[in-house]
Design a protein around this ligand. Structure first.
Ligand code: PMP
Length: 291
């Protein structure tokens, strides 16, 4: 069976087998969810938009006042070693930094002498099958119960976990998060809608994760002359959309064809999503595979 995590993994300056990598039960990632993470897709052994991912990691670290244990060039060296050692050409690199383990439990930050925990590993990049893509997927809407710094990629993901579990229990692929009557994003994806040929994207605010795929889609829309508006989307507009897409590094662009049991548009993946998917594939094969 293909393992989900390649050996070696990286932990605090060392490369070692997963079953030899351990952290203290007093680690603040474990006690408080006090940490950050990043997921970087790798195509043909080239890390895609590595600088942007490391920038987003730094923005999240700054947002929670946690020092970055590694300089950008050191992260790159760790990432390149993991990619080289893993058996797959297309991968997903996971990075995590927590505020480390003090010798007691206290909400306030530990002394600066307590080192951060830095962990990273490679997995195979699992993309959507052609059959699933051809039909699209079902999604539900749920109230967005997260905190108000959703722009930070922090490991405390309990609200996202509960939202996604609700989707899974209803046989759905994603939960769309609605806050104060507006669509924000999915539990683990950004969401776009199409209405009368116009592509609509919610703006990057503190209530949405700035997705790297989201940026690629905005760039592709602009490059190909696809009419686009970045603005808040109401729940009513979401329900009246011709097309709804979820996007992420691993899902790429995936049509949501059923929402809360109702067909989205015709109930099949629409032409705009198909076009964007093709632009994305072309971009992947010409640019992403070159890093
Ligand atoms: N929003 C949330 C809440 C996410 O967890 C993710 C990543 N899974 C995204 C959006 C998409 O981000 P990216 O395109 O960088 O994968």
């Amino acid at each position: 069976m293909t393992p989900f995590v390649a050996d070696p993994v990286y932990l605090n300056g060392q490369f070692l087998p997963l079953n030899e990598a351990g952290v203290s039960p007093l680690d603040r990632g474990f006690l408080y969810g006090d940490g950050v993470y990043e997921v970087i897709p790798v195509y043909s052994r080239k890390a895609f938009r590595i600088d942007e991912h490391l920038k987003r990691l730094q923005a999240t670290l700054d947002g929670i006042k946690l020092r970055n244990p590694l300089a950008a060039h050191e992260w790159k060296s760790v990432i390149f070693k993991l990619i080289e050692a893993a058996p797959w050409d297309d991968q997903s690199i996971y990075l995590q930094v927590t505020r480390g383990a003090d010798d007691k439990r206290d909400h306030a930050f530990p002394p600066l002498s307590v080192p951060q925990t830095a962990f990273a590993f490679a997995s195979p990049l699992v993309t959507t099958s052609a059959e699933v893509r051809a039909k699209g997927v079902a999604a539900i809407t749920v109230p967005d119960l997260r905190w108000s710094r959703c722009d930070l990629k922090v490991v405390s993901l309990l609200a996202n976990v509960l939202a996604r579990q609700e989707a899974v229990e209803q046989g759905c692929a994603e939960a769309l998060l609605i806050r104060d009557g507006y669509l924000k994003e999915g539990a683990a994806s950004n969401i776009f809608i199409v209405k009368d040929g116009l592509l609509l994207a919610p703006p990057k605010t503190h209530l949405m994760l700035p997705g790297i795929t989201y940026d690629v889609i905005l760039e592709l829309a602009e490059h190909h002359g696809q009419p686009l508006e970045v603005r808040e989307i109401t729940e009513t507009e979401l329900r009246a959309a011709d097309e709804v897409w979820m996007t992420s590094s691993t899902k790429e662009i995936l049509a949501i064809t059923t929402l809360d049991g109702q067909a989205v548009g015709t109930g099949e993946p629409g032409p705009y999503g198909e076009k964007m998917w093709q632009w994305y594939q072309d971009f992947k094969n010409t640019v992403m595979r070159n890093g």
